[in-house]
Design a protein around this ligand. Structure first.
Ligand code: TMP
Ligand code: ASP
Length: 244
């Protein structure tokens, strides 16, 4: 599979054509951003860790019958994925109150939600990914009702797979964001699943093991990502060697 022309880049990834029009190559960058790009930094090895973690999650989900864009890992920073026509609706799944939910509704962080909460955001950085509902989605023709039904069912199923999987590895899945796209008439899970797009808390200490460490200047961002990978790969010692 040859890496072709550069197609586009977002804040954390670059996308390249391949010689197969149905496949593209995703390269995970070390760039970290928060608050719609207002806060920026480079975190050495983040791209390598997120490539590994996303591949691991996509494989786990595929093994459980979820259609994902993941095809194979090509290098330490690159994965081959199905080319998707991305649906510009971010699907957020929440088990415990945190982040914007806590702020918006005045619910203290760590409050367990009695029922899983699904939210939808318009994927538009300039507008700061505003929350939208089904009426907006259909009025703006962002997705059709049967597509939304499929995305919602899949998002809840992903939660049902990931919560116990992570719990066994001493990690609480607080919330996460998914993106979907169309590929040959099917709705397919795309983008990435990583500590950039999920909230992970250590089950014993409650310590944050995700991008909130970067958002809040807590330090130890990459060490936390490495620890997530170590727990999921079940190996001993650092899963990704330092470069120094
Ligand atoms: P929030 O509480 O800030 O709305 O975030 C909910 C979840 O979505 C959290 O796991 C982080 C993730 N997320 C993204 O993946 N991208 C984003 O741009 C934002 C704001 C959140
Ligand atoms: N992903 C968004 C950004 O890069 C916001 C965030 O994750 O906090 O700015």
């Amino acid at each position: 599979m040859n890496k072709g022309e550069f197609l586009y880049e977002d804040k954390a990834k670059k996308i390249f054509y391949t010689d197969d029009p149905l496949l593209v190559l995703v390269e995970f960058k070390d760039d970290a951003t928060a608050f719609d790009g207002v806060k920026k930094d480079r975190l050495e090895d983040k791209g390598i860790l997120n490539n590994r973690l996303s591949a691991l999650f996509f494989k786990l989900l595929e093994d459980n019958g979820i259609k994902t864009h993941y095809q194979k890992t090509v290098s330490e920073r690159e994965m081959l994925v199905k080319a998707l026509d991305i649906i510009p609706v971010e699907v957020i799944v929440r088990n415990i109150a945190a982040g914007s939910l806590s702020k918006r509704l005045g619910i203290p962080e760590k409050t367990e939600l009695k029922k899983t909460v699904l939210e939808f955001s318009l994927k538009d950085d300039e507008l700061h990914d505003p929350m939208i509902n089904h009426y907006h989605i259909y009025a703006l023709e962002l997705a059709r009702p049967e597509e939304m039904a499929e995305m919602e069912k899949t998002a809840l199923r992903v939660n049902d797979i990931l919560v116990p999987y992570l719990k066994e590895r001493n990690i609480i899945l607080v919330d996460f964001k998914l993106e979907f796209g169309r590929h040959q008439g099917e709705i397919v899970l795309g983008d990435e699943i990583s500590p950039d797009t999920c909230r992970f808390w250590d089950s014993s200490s409650g310590e944050k093991m995700d991008k909130d460490r970067f958002r809040a200047d807590m330090g130890g961002v990459i060490d936390a990502y490495r620890e997530v990978l170590r727990r999921l790969e079940g190996g001993e010692g650092p899963a990704v060697e330092g470069k120094s």
